[in-house]
Design a protein around this ligand. Structure first.
Ligand code: DGP
Length: 223
């Protein structure tokens, strides 16, 4: 079966966002396998990528092993995305669809949810300007109470209900303000299969659309 690269078309940039424990990683893996079986070239990456030098600093912070000032850690998360921006763009140009587990939307909302008056949502969005603009953002919607019931919640910084409730509200705000990407809200409180079915349909439509679209865009400032 011909791949997108051999057809000469670009790949799609698909981002999966949501609260902690919304099922993002399982759904990203499902989507990668589904699209590969449909004949597409696909890569799956996740942010933060904890393998780089910057990623290791973020990992230590999330595990509570180090204290880093709110602005500094925010910029490290963003720098971690910038480390991969060129390779993401190259893959997309070469016909590879890139699925990303968490992206700039998490970047802005998790920092703004700290309710540090010196760190506004607008400020938090600004280092993201110019990063590749997703063609599709799948938001896995789950209530903070449901997320808390799922296994493993509470292990890392940010994994508490107060923070998750603020994060949920701020995701809505950021999606209203950043209208470049096609944001699709998926009810992730259902079974894995029901969620996967929705995701595969929406992603397939996205790939068909991207085949006719121009080059990948860039994230822009809030209006
Ligand atoms: P994960 O590896 O997907 O479980 O993410 C780890 C935690 O880090 C999770 O609570 C969400 C948070 N996070 C992810 N990206 C960012 C970011 O860019 N900025 C901030 N402040 N937090 C982030």
């Amino acid at each position: 079966m011909p791949t997108d690269a051999t057809r000469g078309g670009r790949g799609a940039l698909i981002v999966v966002e949501g609260l902690d424990r919304a099922g993002k990683s399982s759904q990203c893996e499902f989507l990668r396998n589904y699209l590969q079986q449909a004949g597409h070239s696909v890569k799956y990456i996740r942010f933060p990528d904890r393998t780089t030098s910057i990623g290791k600093m973020i990992d230590g912070y999330l595990r509570g092993q180090s204290h880093i000032d709110d602005h500094s850690i925010h910029l490290l998360f963003s720098a971690n995305r910038w480390e991969f921006a060129q390779s993401i763009e190259a893959d997309i140009t070469n016909g590879i669809t890139v699925i990303i587990d968490r992206y700039s939307y998490s970047g802005a909302v998790y920092s703004a949810a700290k309710a540090n008056p010196a760190l506004s949502l607008k400020w938090a969005w600004s280092p993201e300007l110019g990063l590749p603009q997703p063609d599709l953002c799948l938001f896995l919607s789950i209530s903070p109470e449901e997320a808390a019931k799922r296994g493993g919640f509470g292990g890392e910084r940010y994994e508490n209900e107060t923070m998750q409730s603020r994060v949920r509200e701020l995701f809505k705000t950021v999606f209203d303000l950043q209208q470049g990407a096609d944001v699709q809200v998926i009810d992730a409180g259902r079974s894995l299969d029901e969620v996967s079915n929705d995701i595969s349909k929406i992603a397939t439509e996205c790939l068909a659309r991207v085949g006719q679209a121009g080059p990948l865009g860039k994230l822009t400032a809030f209006p």
